[in-house]
Write a protein that binds this ligand. Structure first.
Ligand code: PAF
Length: 281
């Protein structure tokens, strides 16, 4: 596997594949790779002739600078994992390479980027759209792979792809979980041992709510999940919204949308670490 750090080298590496009409899969990441990322890369390797993985801790999507500062950085280990998964190319640009000038573009895709994470992390999805649109322009992939763990992010990126007319396919990939149910996330490594023990209770509550929802209203189900998680010392629900999977708008009844999803963000521990997850009803 080749590792390149400049857009020029990235495009030189991809030129031959493009001229030969080969398919290119892109897996955008911020590094600190785990088995969830590996599943995206393996899927891309299976679907495409060439797989490029970007590793870039994108500063413009962090509204909390402490979150950016403590985000794990593990480039050498990341490259080993990508090699083992069969990726052909890793692209790890510097901030100056990715943003030679401040990016003043403003992306707005309401309601998808205005609710839930969008409402609580001002500028977050704007930053995601800034870097993902750049990556799409540089790589011109046939397909791009995103983990469904960031359920809302996929909805926003789909809107951006339609808006800007990127001729590529977005491939959503299922959440990969630890044996105890905790959704894999680069932030999990930041959990203290006692926090790691309680974090799986988030998914346990979501799973249990699928059964509860069969005989209760949307409002009662929200209360059930929030009460169950907040009853655990060290867990604090920031929001739990039950939404239409397409618009991401709240639903009030189970028959209000063809696909309904519950999206949650929970603060875990004293630092605290922000964990997100979701469940289909
Ligand atoms: O999901 C992520 O890791 C990031 O938001 C992404 C898509 C790589 C953009 O920086």
């Amino acid at each position: 596997m080749k590792v390149v750090t400049t857009i020029k080298d990235l495009q030189a590496q991809l030129a031959a594949a493009r001229n030969e009409g080969k398919s290119i899969g892109l897996v955008p990441t911020m590094g600190a790779l785990h088995a969830g990322h590996a599943s995206l890369v393996r899927r891309s390797v299976a679907d495409n002739d060439v797989t490029v993985v970007s590793i870039f801790l994108n500063p413009t999507q962090f509204n909390d600078k402490n979150d950016l500062a403590r985000y794990p950085r593990t480039l050498d280990k990341d490259c080993e994992l990508l090699e083992a998964c069969g990726a052909q190319l890793a692209f790890a640009p510097s901030v100056e390479e990715a943003y030679p000038e401040p990016d003043t573009r403003h992306f707005s895709y309401p309601p998808t980027d205005a609710v839930m994470e969008g409402a609580r992390r001002p500028g977050h999805f704007n930053g995601v759209c800034q870097i993902v649109s750049k990556l799409f322009s540089w790589v011109e992939p046939t397909r791009a792979y995103f983990g469904e763990k960031d359920f809302q992010q996929i909805a926003v990126i789909r809107r951006m792809v339609e808006d800007l007319g990127f001729g590529l396919e977005i491939v959503p990939c299922p959440v990969v979980r630890e044996a105890d149910g905790l959704a894999m996330s680069s932030r999990n490594t930041l959990l203290a041992p006692e926090e790691r023990v309680i974090a799986p209770l988030i998914y346990a509550a979501l799973k249990a709510s699928q059964e509860f929802a069969k005989s209760h209203s949307v409002t009662a189900t929200i209360q059930y999940v929030v009460n169950r998680i907040n009853a655990v010392d060290g867990l604090d629900v920031e929001y739990f919204s039950i939404v239409d999977a397409d618009s991401l708008l709240d639903v009030r009844a189970w028959d209000e949308a063809p696909t309904i999803v519950g999206c949650i963000t929970v603060y875990c521990g004293s630092k605290p670490i922000r964990l997100i997850d979701h469940i289909h009803y």
